[in-house]
Ligand binder design. Structure first.
Ligand code: GLN
Length: 543
């Protein structure tokens, strides 16, 4: 068998979580891609959940969906956005998934009577998965983010796999530690000690990092770099500053300022094949130069946990709005609007007039639904540009059925299983799954083709009649009501050619009123903004 030439870069976190490991992986992938290499990235979540689909997005962030239908961590979204590469199912793994395969194999006598052990059988399973990613993607570099921080029990096994891989593939495996450097107020200076401990912790797992990505509010000064160099046993030039910045898309530019890409290539003995930094640098310039605002409101059900977690729950929607706005030289101003407020105080709906465009994003369950329907009614009647994503399409259909078609108690069966007019109903293949509580990884997931109606606005926006978009839902427009909806002027602008499902709606005569049963936000990229979001922003700024 030909020797695998792929280089693997493991990225672990030190000191605390939430400091940007995902963006580090994504940015490094971008840099290596701009040096002319084929890259891909893997996310490892050290949970027992088999995938991210059953995890609460309020606690864990958005569930991202790949083309091949894997429900995975939101970091995969960042990898796709930065690297502008589609990531597949095999690039996401959890402890649960890894153990599940080892146990299944054991039950099928796959270990030939051996005592099945965490080392080597589980670590081998992890390594095999990473090697499969390398082969399938044909990538020169596979970046691997290990969730959590070093020193936790949960991710030790993955560090151990990295250590073994470095042993087995000398010169092909690197380690990066993304660590935090606090500046405590009462001390007034940046402290390196927590990072020193994190490196020690990594050392005790048998790993010396090749790079430290130094997350802090400001760049590290020479004194700090020297200190880290001595105490952590590293060259000064391998300590890369990662100060806080206003846009994450600036991170690759900052990393290259500290020569991260060049140092990686040196360490693995490779030469740059190209230097394609211009498109990304132009993007960063555009982001910085955009001054004139476009105001987009997102109407959703909100929780008492503050805006911070919400931002994570809808990260792809937010990024898609930004990509579109920047491409039109606008500064995106995004506001969260609480649907439940409209239920209690309908007069508050007037505030929707202050926005250039409104989005109702994906969602599940009952709470806030009537408020969302009221908001959709308001933007439809007041000619305010509207984009409905998944639930946002379904509730737009409910609103239209109720208020235009006169089907007063029209609803989705998800909220009212007894609705007299179930204009949104359970998909045929979902009925049994819901009944038997088979809820893990069982929605309609991943990419499906969608045929767009000739001369529709949707077809015009996409510039083609056949598209492919990603789904995550159990309910659908009820075909029995198609005629009633169409007779009153709703255009069912997109449908699944195989199963004849309604996938897109639009309302002619309105400034912009479009809904999609899929999640276009999952495919928006900063260098390639999504046509539906571009359409919304264009309408919002009166173009
Ligand atoms: N709750 C709806 C469904 O399951 C919409 C899902 C979504 O918005 N992702 O069909």
């Amino acid at each position: 068998m030909a020797k695998l030439k792929t280089k693997f870069i493991f990225v672990a976190g030190g000191v605390m979580s939430g400091i940007g490991k995902g963006v580090t992986v994504a940015s490094t992938a971008r840099i290596l891609k701009d040096y002319g290499f084929k890259v891909t990235a893997v996310k490892i979540d050290p949970y027992l959940n088999v995938d991210a689909g059953t995890m609460n997005p309020i606690e864990h962030g958005e569930v991202f969906v790949t083309d091949d239908g894997m429900e995975c961590d939101q970091d995969i979204g960042n990898y796709e956005r930065f690297a502008d590469e589609d990531i597949l199912r095999g690039n996401y793994m959890t402890t649960g998934l890894v153990y599940q395969s080892v146990i299944n194999r054991e039950r099928n006598l796959g270990y030939g009577g051996k005592c099945v052990q965490i080392i080597p059988h589980v670590t081998d399973e992890i390594e095999n998965r990473l090697v499969r990613v390398a082969k399938k993607s044909k990538a020169d570099f596979v970046l691997i983010e290990i969730g959590g921080t070093v020193g936790e029990y949960e991710n030790l096994l993955f560090l151990e796999t990295g250590r073994i891989m470095r042993l087995r593939m000398p010169g092909q495996v690197l380690f990066m530690l993304v660590s935090y450097f606090p500046i405590p107020k009462m001390v007034g200076e940046m402290k390196t000690k927590p990072t020193q401990h994190a490196v020690r912790s990594l050392n005790s797992a048998g790993i010396q990092p090749d790079f430290i990505i130094a997350r802090a509010s400001v760049a590290l000064d020479e004194v700090r770099k020297d200190k880290v160099s001595i105490f952590c046993n590293m060259q000064v030039q391998d300590i890369i500053s990662a100060p806080d910045i206003s846009s994450i898309y600036e991170v690759p530019v900052n990393f290259e300022r500290d020569n991260l890409g060049k140092r990686i290539l040196q360490k693995v003995g490779m030469k740059a094949k190209a230097k394609n930094f211009r498109p990304w640098n132009n993007l960063v310039k555009k982001i910085k130069e955009a001054k004139e605002p476009v105001k987009i409101g997102i109407v959703g059900k909100y929780f008492g946990t503050g805006d911070f977690t919400l931002t994570d729950s809808y990260i792809s929607v937010l990024e898609a709005i930004k990509h579109a706005a920047w491409s039109l030289n606008r500064k995106p101003e995004i506001t969260w609007l609480d649907a439940e407020v409209y239920e209690k105080q309908p007069a508050k709906l007037e505030e929707l007039k202050n926005f250039d465009g409104i989005i109702v994003p994906g969602g599940f369950g009952k709470r806030g639904v009537e408020g969302k329907i009221l908001a959709i009614n308001y933007v439809r009647e007041n000619n305010i540009p509207y984009l409905g994503l998944c639930y946002g399409l379904q509730l737009a259909v409910v609103e239209f059925a109720r208020n235009v078609c006169g089907l007063k108690d029209a609803h989705t069966l998800e909220v009212n299983p007894e609705a007299a007019h179930p204009v949104i109903h359970t998909m045929a293949d979902q009925i049994g799954k819901i009944k038997n509580k088979e809820m893990g990884g069982s929605m309609r997931l991943g990419a499906y083709k969608c045929q767009l109606a000739k001369n529709s606005l949707c077809a015009k926006l996409y510039g083609t009649n056949l598209i492919s978009e990603r789904h995550r839902h159990r309910y659908e427009v009820n075909n029995k009501y198609r005629k009633a909806l169409e007779q009153k002027g709703l255009v069912l602008a997109g449908h699944n050619p195989k199963h004849d499902l309604v996938e897109m709606i639009e309302l002619p005569g309105h400034k912009f009123f479009v809904g999609s049963q899929f999640h276009p936000e999952l495919k928006s990229r900063p260098l390639n903004p999504h046509p539906l979001f571009v359409g919304l922003v264009k309408a919002a700024i009166g173009k």
